[in-house]
Design a binder for this molecule. Sequence first.
Ligand code: FAD
Length: 412
Amino acid sequence: MSQPDVGTWRTQVGQWLATVLEPVREREPTGEAAGLAVFHNLSDGEERLLLERCRAYQRARFDAGYQALTLPQGNGGAGLSAAHAAAFAQEESAFEVPPSTELISVTVRLVGMAVSLFGTAEQRDTYARAFLRTDLLACQLFSEPGAGSDLAALRTRARQEGDAWVIDGQKVWTSGAQFADHGLLLARTDPDVVKQAGITAFLVPMDDPGVEIRPIRQMSGGASFNEVFLSGVRVPDGMRIGRPGQGWEVANATLAFERTASGGGNRRKGGTFADVLALARSHGRTGDPLVRQRLADLYVRGALRAATVDRVARASAGGGRPGPEASLTKLMASDLLTRTGQTAAELMGARISADTGEPDTFAWTQHLLGAPGYRLAGGTDQIQRNLIAERVLKLPGEPRVDRVPFSELPGN
Ligand SMILES: Cc1cc2nc3c(=O)[nH]c(=O)nc-3n(C[C@H](O)[C@H](O)[C@H](O)COP(=O)(O)OP(=O)(O)OC[C@H]3O[C@@H](n4cnc5c(N)ncnc54)[C@H](O)[C@@H]3O)c2cc1C
């Protein structure tokens, strides 16, 4: 199918956005952490209200045909190019998009996309569509206490009983589980093959009596993520996503979407360069040569990240799946987030740690305490570097000592 001209399409996007969103406003210093926090620190009621605001926008976007832009049409996407997606993001940045939450991003940009790619036609109609429209919310049940960077070592088991699967195990760091309808779960279905080959993906209803969700309180205040315990959870075979044993492929595609979402998204996450500049101005520090150097460094890194996001998007292979280059943008984004907080902290010195009521000073602690989380989420900095070394630069791989059946690995 021929693609619409990007320039004309972009004009239409801008016109549509103006019908559903307000133009971007300059943020007033308020002393509130809302704009600077990397993770929300909200009550359950406040979080639900925020989710509803986000969902209203996502539904409008879906209904107008602007969701899942690069996903092939046959998979329920718009079948457009990376250039169209970049144009949409640029147009969107001129509007007040509802502040995003981890759960919305996971639902639309990770689970919705994965189910669209790997699900059956029926699963796409019933679930992928509902996730992309946020009618249903979905979390990502991947990490376990002994399986984070080494995700393929996961121990949650699913055994087949007739036309159902019975799942037992524990997941951890599950963002938004307490508000999710479903979870995309990875489980070991065959321990007698190498660890990557024996994994299968399932959609698990989070209100099943065998699912127990325990929120984890973070050092920045909120409880964005959870422990999830699964005891004898029965899911019909119709909730299996992909073939038995295809779970590692589903996981890799989902994680590549996650890196793209974390690295390339234009949604606000914590303080920005503009916030640091405003802080330097309000503290009368913009004449200080060292401060000017830090600000220039931050600005240049932001511009480099934006250019890399654009380049990676344009270079990404067809078929709607991001390539390993997404690790570059994820790494640059988490580095920028950290440096933004550090520059704010240097500007304020000890004042950042005491709440004097001075606007936008103590609020930066919400950025400083949250930023390290993004160096871990979606694969740590070190793992991104490994991926870049091995899959982008084609350097020799790490030594692998686990190319034996999972059941023969020590401890199993
Ligand atoms: C904010 C946040 C949200 C999250 N949300 C979710 C979610 O919704 N769903 C989900 O499933 N998970 C989620 N996670 C979990 C996340 O994916 C893991 O934290 C991450 O993969 C790291 O795993 P780990 O915490 O077990 O650390 P580990 O894997 O134990 O790593 C510990 C340290 O060792 C280093 N390391 C490990 N292996 C290597 C290696 N081969 N080479 C070099 N260094 C290495 C790591 O870089 C790290 O510094 C979230 C995490 C965070 C912080």
